[in-house]
Design a protein around this ligand. Structure first.
Ligand code: UDP
Length: 310
């Protein structure tokens, strides 16, 4: 297959590229480096089945030659990033998704949307199944990301139903691992970088809010299987083991051996209180479930940040 991956120099996009190349496929990577990082694809330069195009998918997009798949992974995805780039976030979810779908239709390619657990907002159903419609504040600061992704899902289903495009939607839950940017503002990268640089670990609020953290190799395997053998209905891919943010901070302190203190900072607006995927659908449809425990994944991520921070 020849596939195009938008956001191809991002955290997930670059790992996904490696996965497709490892299976013998060809990949065209697109990125405009708003939050993507050239270092993530440096090892691919000169690879005979890899091409890179620096381009903003929110503008008109044409790619020469056949495409069997288009995977739309371009978007700022950390709360800090999408607060810094609110309009670009809305545009890539809306215009970028439309352009990518139009290209998929023109090429007869399968379309794969990277959606998010944020479509569930601050959820009133726990754990979150795909049937849950969510509890999102459209005009809050996180609305730029949540609503863009909700629009992207609606647009994807419209192309599926109206134009008959073969589509997939993955709802990605918190994912961590090597190639995260040290200052992307997410909790796992923040805590590890703070621990390694001797800064205080910043817990927002009282730290009782929960997240369920999936190591990147598990996430990418689930996404790859969904692309290859899933169907059009949205599918949660994430790790159902739930932890409080405070538990995560304590684990990072233990595993780094840091003497950094843990401090409290204000809770951001509309910060979801709980989050945990119900992955029954992924288990039955794809035979997939995560394999890497948090302790092991965090250790690997610590190694990554030790290298990056030198
Ligand atoms: N968080 C925190 N300290 C940080 C960064 C994040 O306590 O330095 C909290 C944040 O308030 C949220 C959780 O960790 O409750 C996960 O935040 P993240 O930015 O990783 O992503 P989210 O799941 O909110 O999209």
């Amino acid at each position: 297959m020849r596939v195009m991956i938008t956001g191809g120099a991002g955290f997930l996009g670059s790992h996904l590229t490696d996965r497709f190349l490892a299976d013998g496929h060809s990949v065209v990577g697109l990125d405009n480096f708003i939050t993507g990082n050239p270092d993530n694809i440096a090892h691919l330069m000169g690879h005979e089945r890899y091409e890179f195009v620096r381009h903003n998918i929110s503008t008109y997009t044409y790619v020469a030659g056949p495409l069997d798949g288009i995977l739309h992974f371009a978007s700022p995805a950390s709360p800090v990033d999408y607060l810094e780039h609110p309009i670009a976030t809305l545009k890539v979810g809306a215009l970028g998704t439309h352009n990518a779908l139009g290209l998929a239709k023109a090429k007869g390619a399968r379309f794969f949307l990277a959606s998010t657990s944020e479509v569930y907002g601050d959820p009133l159903v726990h754990p979150q199944t795909e049937e849950y419609w969510g509890n999102v504040n459209p005009i809050g600061p996180r609305g730029v990301y949540d609503e863009a992704k909700r629009f992207a899902e609606a647009m994807t289903m419209a192309y599926h139903r109206y134009h008959g495009v073969d589509t997939r939607i993955v709802r990605i839950f918190n994912t961590y691992g090597p190639r995260m940017r040290p200052r992307d503002g997410r909790v796992v990268s923040n805590f590890i970088v703070q621990a390694l640089t001797g800064e205080p670990l910043t817990i927002y609020g009282d730290g009782s809010q929960t997240r369920s953290f999936c190591f990147v190799s598990d996430e990418v395997e689930g996404i790859y299987r969904l692309f290859m053998k899933g169907d059009a209905d949205p599918t949660n891919i994430g790790n159902p083991n739930e932890f409080t943010v405070r538990q995560l901070a304590e684990l990072v302190v233990e595993l780094t051996g840091t003497s950094s203190p843990i401090v409290s900072r204000p809770l951001p607006t509309d910060d979801p209180k709980v989050r945990k995927p119900d992955i029954t659908r992924a288990r039955t449809l794809l035979g997939w479930e995560p394999a890497v425990p948090l302790r092991e994944g965090v250790l690997k991520t610590i190694e990554h940040f030790r290298r990056v921070l030198g």
